[in-house]
Design a protein around this ligand. Structure first.
Ligand code: HEC
Length: 137
């Protein structure tokens, strides 16, 4: 049984977005040194108080970040996002993710993510390297 026809007439566009593209994350993983990944593992502890990271890990105050790469913004059925996220049509590319964690409220004003942002470019790069290395399918 197919559930893809939602009757909106935009099935083709929806399906096109559903094809998850990890290529930019793969590049981030390939360029990462071990020490960068280790740094990312420390930094992600800032996120882990709210977000589950590993598959099936409890996610106490936000959507799970497992499989975030290439996922459409605000799209987990299991999480009640604000409209600041559900109104978005793009997916979590490295660039989008980097901009969001730099300053969540600047990228998506009104988001319920109560985190001011990671201002260090190196910290963000390490976090991205960690996710790309540990969580790509
Ligand atoms: C105080 C809790 C908290 C912290 C700390 C936090 N977040 Fe969030 N995050 C949230 C909440 C709540 C949302 C949902 C926001 C909404 O619905 O507007 C969210 C949403 C997100 C999303 C969107 C997910 C999706 O499914 O589209 C990403 C990506 C994200 N956070 C990454 C991070 C990263 C990376 C960190 C650490 C640098 C972090 N967050 C720290 C609470 C937090």
């Amino acid at each position: 049984m197919s559930c893809s026809d939602d009757g909106t007439g935009s099935v083709g566009a929806v399906e096109a977005r559903a094809v998850v593209d990890h290529s930019d994350w793969k590049v981030a993983a390939e360029g990462a040194t071990e020490s960068t990944v280790a740094r990312g593992e420390r930094i992600i502890q800032m996120c882990a108080g709210c977000h589950g990271i590993g598959e099936g890990a409890p996610s106490p105050a936000g959507p799970s970040l497992h499989g975030i790469m290439g996922r459409r913004v605000g799209s987990l059925d299991s999480y009640p996002y604000t409209q600041a996220l559900t109104n978005q049509t793009e997916s979590w590319t490295v660039k989008q993710f980097d901009e969001f964690i730099t300053s969540p409220q600047d990228l998506y004003p009104g988001t319920g993510m109560a985190f001011s942002g990671l201002k260090s470019r190196e910290d963000r790069a390490a976090l991205i390297a960690y996710l790309a290395t540990k969580s790509l399918p």
